[in-house]
Write a protein that binds this ligand. Structure first.
Ligand SMILES: [Ca+2]
Length: 267
């Protein structure tokens, strides 16, 4: 039996591997799974040793749609929430389809820090990668660093903390998430040998809309006096020394209210 310290490689050519807790998952196409509507799949989270710890997680996946709903989620091993949730991909609620990563921690409630990815479009496959190591979590998309967290980084189970389980979800009829492969290599270990020939899923980097980026930066500068590429897209610059925290629940409520009133998902 595999243990949480082992390397992992799931190609979806031979079942779902350790992703044993799922529902409404479309397995009709060999070599991939698709989550549409309300669906989810994850590893069982039954205690702090469940899942995996420090190491490199590589997910080849494609998200379709531009609304909140799909997620690549690392769930607390002890299945307690608020807690040690790490999100490698979600879609922002502002309607532009931007993707972002988030680190959650429990500080008398759910605390979290989101970082928006730049130039990552839905509708094409991407390689999402997370490196979890002592004191730092780094997120890459197609090899480009898109987010880096150095505060509130949890220790894994082997180092006195807790592991996270790998999971995927979709909760919106206008979005879907197709996953082509899942790989995990423990920190300092060798990668797992694929259990079968994997299908080729090229990662196509979407072109960056430099004009839109430039306009956004310029607008931010006019509004704030700061040339900041990351923070302003999701919130006004936080005061020095404070954790920036967007109230996603409030945003989601607003989006839902708009949808209920107008039938459209926008702010
Ligand atoms: Ca595959």
């Amino acid at each position: 039996m595999a243990t949480s310290s082992d390397a992992l490689s799931i190609s979806f050519d031979n079942g779902l591997g350790s992703l044993g807790n799922g529902w409404n998952v479309d397995q009709s196409v060999p070599g991939q799974i698709t989550l549409a509507g309300s669906s989810s799949i994850m590893e069982w989270a039954t205690g702090p040793a469940s899942g995996h710890g420090y190491g490199t997680y590589t997910i080849d996946a494609q998200v379709n749609g531009s609304q909140p709903g799909p997620g690549i989620v690392f769930w607390p091993g002890d299945n307690n929430w608020p807690g040690q949730e790490i999100d490698l991909m979600e879609i922002t609620p502002n309607g532009d389809g931007a993707q972002y990563g988030t680190l959650h921690w429990n500080q008398g409630g759910d605390s979290y820090s989101p970082q928006v990815f730049w130039g990552v479009s839905s509708g094409v496959p991407h390689e999402y990668q997370m490196l979890w190591e002592p004191g730092r979590i780094t997120m890459k998309v197609d090899g480009t660093v898109q987010a880096s967290f150095a505060d509130h980084v949890p220790a894994d189970f082997a180092h006195g903390g807790m592991n996270d389980t790998i999971g995927f979800l979709n909760s919106n009829s206008h979005t879907s998430l197709t996953v082509f492969s899942v790989d995990y290599t423990p920190l300092g270990a060798a990668a797992a040998a694929p259990t079968a020939t994997t299908t080729t899923t090229p990662s196509t980097a979407a072109p960056i809309d430099w004009n839109a980026l430039a306009a956004q930066v310029e607008a931010t500068f006019l509004a704030t006096g700061c040339w900041d590429l990351h923070a302003p897209i999701i919130a006004a610059p936080a005061a020095p020394g404070t954790d920036e925290a967007v109230d996603w629940n409030a945003l989601a409520a607003q989006v839902e209210a708009t949808f209920a009133a107008t039938g459209y998902w926008h702010l």
